[in-house]
Design a protein around this ligand. Structure first.
Ligand SMILES: Cc1cc2nc3c(=O)[nH]c(=O)nc-3n(C[C@H](O)[C@H](O)[C@H](O)COP(=O)(O)O)c2cc1C
Length: 434
């Protein structure tokens, strides 16, 4: 029998939970307990991993003011996902944990050291979401006057990867000998400086952390420009993509696999997964009504536009809400996300685009069985490798998590589409299981 299983992940960020919802948690998740609970629930449901997205600024793009984000708690406030990853790691035993860390903000040595430490703390379940940061205001928090252009960001990130890979390998797998009789903890001949002296970085090494269970963390990436795709095909174990329709998804995955094969990598070692926001209820009519209620709720359109403005560095308040966008928009920021949102050529008005939101062009509204069936069909058509669940504005609610874990997951498992246990002990083992 063929293995039809695909990977399932959860995408969120360390921001206020769904605080306006009657079933919300009150908007104060800062002690991390809410996210630790959520991670335990995802682990019980056999999710592959949880990913904490991150940004490094309070956006002032929407209407030229921080009000657009802070008023609704959209994109900001946002706490640091790295310490949260540790807390979530101690609350779980099998779930993969991904923290976003920006090459713009972290010097490579500090990033490699933190990632190695967390991989040890979680016994080999840590992953790094590699981002270069794509917002002007983020760059200005790190001594720059402007965000470097995309190609330069990737060029710097390419050298950054050389440095961290060398650092992760600066301890040979057998460097720690723990020889009690002769009093030798580590064999110093197996811990080597890296002496990197490049265009952007100069790092002597070695790391002062022992080699972690996975050697290096799992690498996650989400670029969609040609340069971003090549970068992902070269370095990533997991690639995140907005789901912009079956044809685009198939093309994207095939392109990544072709690029990877040309670089000498086994395409099956890269998992391309797509964003979804299923809306579930007891009947399809109820699910559709629920979706309508959500998009018609107070502040939804405004929050969505504030959110997409912050992500793309384009102020969407400048466009007429009931007209199509005047032309195809381009950004030095997240072009792929922008393209998914603007659906250029569709003729939809900005309000219709905002209603459709960011996550998915797939119709995943219905009963758990209907949605599970559709997800299986989509995977069949695309070829793999799975999905990641996002909530609108990435604000989490226990109720939504329960609908997915108690409704959708059993429906997927029943069809043989999702794992029912963890065969491996590390994140990478579980990723490569199928
Ligand atoms: C699903 C998804 C998740 C992303 N997560 C983050 C993130 O957490 N932090 C960040 O700064 N950028 C994030 N990005 C932006 C990408 O890392 C990348 O900078 C952006 O897509 C621009 O690269 P590109 O021009 O190659 O598409 C994300 C993008 C996508 C599509």
């Amino acid at each position: 029998m063929t293995d039809k299983r695909f990977h399932l992940a959860w995408f969120l960020n360390f921001t206020p939970d769904e605080w306006r919802d009657p079933f919300g948690q009150g908007g104060q998740p800062w002690d991390g307990q809410f996210y630790m609970d959520l991670a335990r629930t995802l682990e019980r449901a056999c999710f592959d991993f949880v990913l904490f997205e991150d940004k490094l600024m309070v956006s002032e793009i929407y209407r030229g003011s921080a009000e657009g984000c802070l008023r609704g708690g959209v994109i900001a406030p946002k706490h640091d996902p790295v310490p949260l990853a540790v807390a979530v790691g101690t609350a779980t035993t099998h779930l993969g944990i991904v923290a976003t860390m920006s090459t713009l903000g972290y010097p490579p040595y500090l990033l490699a050291r933190a990632a190695s430490t967390i991989d040890s703390l979680t016994k080999g379940r840590f992953a790094w979401n590699i981002v270069t940061s794509a917002e002007e205001l983020a760059a200005r928090n790190f001594g720059m006057d402007a965000l470097p252009p995309r190609d330069l960001r990737y060029e710097m990130a390419e050298e950054y990867m050389q440095v961290v890979n060398k650092l992760f390998d600066s301890w040979a797998p057998d460097a720690v000998v723990l020889d009690r009789e002769n009093g030798i903890y580590a064999d110093h001949t197996k811990v080597k400086p890296i002496d990197h002296d490049g265009t952007y970085f100069k790092v002597r090494g070695p790391l002062n952390t022992v080699r972690s269970p996975q050697g290096r963390p799992v690498y996650v990436q989400a670029g969609s420009s040609p340069t971003g795709r090549s970068f992902g095909a070269k370095h990533a174990d997991v690639i995140l993509s907005p789901a912009s329709g079956i044809d685009d998804m198939r093309e994207f995955r095939a392109d990544i696999r072709t690029r990877a094969a040309k670089l000498g990598r086994d395409p099956d070692s890269i998992k391309v997964i797509f964003a979804i926001t299923p809306v579930l209820a007891d009947t399809e009519a109820e699910a559709r009504a629920k979706e309508r209620r959500m998009v018609e709720s107070d502040g939804y359109i405004d929050d969505m536009l504030a959110s997409i403005s912050a992500i793309t560095d384009i102020d969407f308040s400048q466009f007429a809400i009931d007209e199509p966008l005047p032309h195809r928009l381009v950004t030095n920021g997240e072009q792929g996300t922008l393209d998914r949102f603007q659906e250029y050529g569709s003729g939809k008005t900005l309000r219709q685009l905002a209603e459709a939101g960011l996550a998915s062009a797939l119709d995943l509204t219905g009963t758990p069985d209907q949605v599970a069936e559709r997800m299986g069909d989509v995977m069949d058509a695309v070829g793999g490798d799975g999905f990641f669940v996002c909530q609108p504005f990435l604000r989490s609610s226990r109720r939504y998590v329960m609908e997915i874990t108690e409704g959708l997951v059993p429906a997927l498992q029943k069809r043989g589409l999702m794992r029912t246990g963890y065969a491996g002990s590390t994140f990478r083992d579980n990723l490569l299981e199928f």
